[in-house]
Design a protein around this ligand. Structure first.
Ligand SMILES: NC(=O)C1=CN([C@@H]2O[C@H](COP(=O)(O)OP(=O)(O)OC[C@H]3O[C@@H](n4cnc5c(N)ncnc54)[C@H](OP(=O)(O)O)[C@@H]3O)[C@@H](O)[C@H]2O)[C@@H](O)CC1
Ligand SMILES: [K+]
Length: 520
């Protein structure tokens, strides 16, 4: 699978350093390449004679900016240079850039004197931003945002934290961001991604060799899969039958709450599972048979009564034997029956398990069941995938939702390690971690239209459908999350983000995988 990495500032600095020290590429060569790439993006958009303002800080980001200005000046643009901060504090490379423009007799100013520019080069702070922006720096960022010109941020908009995407008290709102070698987490996480404009990632000679064997912690699927989603699917055997394409057991819904199980089961079918059986209260029978006649059904009533449970649990045991994997939780509630069903599914089966929604709340309440799942994963290789949104995650993890949002990557990994499974932490950028893998997947598909009831039920069904077709827990989760986001994007293209409903996502499965084979 082709990956795309998102790096932290510490990782990027390490790769810079390796390229400079281990591979002996001079730092000024990297800076010149970065500047050339940035200048070329400006030349594509603006003609010679355009007025350019370069705002530099004292770090190497500032040096990049000065070099961009110098190249544009040599190519016929009208360039003004401003340095914010003390010259004496400039990095070695930035001092060198100052010396070069001094030789060309370009004056360096210490404040912005005009608001009349076509282009602003934002090179105040790059990945070296280490604290909140205050005083003259904050004023400078606000002035850049006030000038009417087109803003090109060098590497990252000044004021955005490259690791978390946080706004450090003030940040530049760029039209484009030209970054180098790898996109940073701050380009992709919210709110940072909303400040970048279009992100253009340029090769300046820092390559995967600079990892020296240890790849970055965070990755996603390469962009090409957005157009070629079917390439992520498990190969489909033309000689297969409904048994070989996998059997999913959906334990979902509660009395007169049939929507969640229907969405989940339908999604499992649409992603390609051969058979789907729904376990739900008897009251839901009629509506499910009407809406989803393809689903097999096993219903229960009065399961709180011991004799009824006795009979039904035997039936459930048979269903669990029949299934290749189980999904439990959507719409199940937290009643006594829900507890029983959940406990039984965890303890009496070794089949791969997707836990969603209320199932996660039941899991959060029971250390004993968490321990059972850990043991089953380690001893029997049972694959456990949990799909919490941020609030459910916080309950399981034992922290506040805000803390999850601030540190989604490492917390998702820690929870996966604790549960010995795959954890899908659903947010605007969903993270997926697996206990046996060091790296964490960060999803870049999807949109806010998907923040709608039932969207999670669809994801749980998709992941279970992929598991049933033989996918490993980790891959099923990654592919499921990526596809789910693509479904949301396609649905939003059709209706706009406001109008997207969960059923629309499943509907899009009809189209997104229709090119299977052609694009593999
Ligand atoms: N190796 C190379 O040649 C390559 C380098 N590249 C480029 O280098 C950039 C990284 O350079 P960098 O590490 O020098 O950091 P950068 O972002 O310029 O700023 C650091 C300065 O800001 C200061 N500072 C920080 N926070 C502050 C605050 N809130 N308020 C005020 N000051 C604050 C901090 O000062 P201090 O914390 O020491 O007080 C320091 O002086 C990278 O983004 C890319 O553009 C690429 O071209 C690839 C090749
Ligand atoms: K910048």
């Amino acid at each position: 699978m082709e990956k795309k990495y998102f790096v932290t500032s510490a990782e990027m600095k390490k790769y810079d350093k390796t390229t400079i020290e281990h591979f002996e590429v001079p730092s000024l060569v990297l800076m010149e390449r970065a500047a050339l790439e940035t200048a070329e993006e400006i030349e594509k958009r603006f003609k010679k004679g355009s007025r350019v303002l370069v705002i530099s800080g004292t770090g190497n980001n500032g040096g990049d900016g000065i070099a961009v200005g110098r190249i544009l000046m040599q190519r016929g643009y009208e360039v003004d240079f401003v340095l914010i901060g003390e010259q004496a504090k400039c990095s070695k490379e930035t001092r060198r850039q100052l010396d070069i423009i001094a030789k060309y007799e370009c004056p360096m100013k210490s404040k912005i004197e005009s608001m009349e520019y076509d282009i602003i080069i934002d090179a105040l702070f790059g990945i070296g931003l280490s604290r909140n922006v205050e005083g003259i720096y904050k004023n400078c960022i606000e002035t850049m945002n006030d000038i009417c010109g087109f803003i090109v941020s060098v590497d990252i908009p000044s004021g955005i934290n490259a690791d978390t995407g946080e706004v450090m008290n003030a940040a530049v709102k760029a039209d484009i961001t030209v970054t180098f070698a790898y996109e940073k987490l701050g380009h992709i996480l919210y709110p940072g991604c909303e400040y970048c404009g279009e992100v253009l990632c340029k090769d300046i000679g820092i390559t995967d060799e600079s990892f020296l064997g240890e790849e970055p912690l965070v990755y996603s699927y390469a962009d090409r899969y957005k157009e070629q989603a079917a390439a992520l699917m498990p190969a489909r055997n033309r000689g297969g039958n409904k048994g070989t394409f996998g059997k999913v057991l959906v334990v979902a819904g509660s009395r007169n709450m049939s929507g969640a199980c229907e969405l989940c089961a339908r999604s499992a079918y649409r992603i390609g599972a051969g058979m789907v059986k729904i376990v739900t209260p008897e009251e839901n029978r009629e509506i499910i048979q009407k809406n989803l006649p393809e689903a097999l059904l096993s219903t229960y009533s009065d399961a709180e009564k011991p004799e009824a449970w006795e009979v039904f649990s035997q039936d459930l045991k048979e269903s669990m034997k029949w299934a290749d994997c189980i999904v439990i939780g959507p719409g199940i509630g937290k009643s006594g029956t829900a507890h029983r069903l959940f406990e039984y599914t965890v303890k009496e089966s070794a089949k791969d398990l997707v836990i969603d929604a209320d199932g996660l709340n039941l899991l959060a309440e029971s250390e004993e069941l968490q321990e059972s799942l850990r043991t089953a994963a380690l001893r029997e290789g049972r694959q456990i995938i949990i799909t919490p949104h941020v609030a459910e995650f916080a309950r399981l993890y034992g922290c506040k939702p805000e803390e999850v949002k601030k540190d989604i990557i490492s917390k998702t990994k820690k929870l996966a390690d604790r549960l010995c499974g795959t954890v899908v932490c659903k947010d605007a950028r969903t993270a997926v971690a697996h206990y046996e893998e060091r790296c964490v997947y960060l999803n870049v598909t999807g949109n806010d239209g998907m923040a709608t009831a039932g969207s999670g039920d669809v994801l749980a069904g998709i992941i279970a459908g992929l598991l049933a077709q033989g996918g490993k827990g980790r891959e099923a989760a990654l592919t499921g999350v990526f596809l789910h986001g693509r479904l949301g994007d396609l649905a939003a293209e059709k209706t706009g983000r406001y109008a997207v409903m969960a059923g629309d996502l499943t509907e899009q499965l009809k189209y997104i995988l229709s090119d299977e084979g052609k694009r593999r």
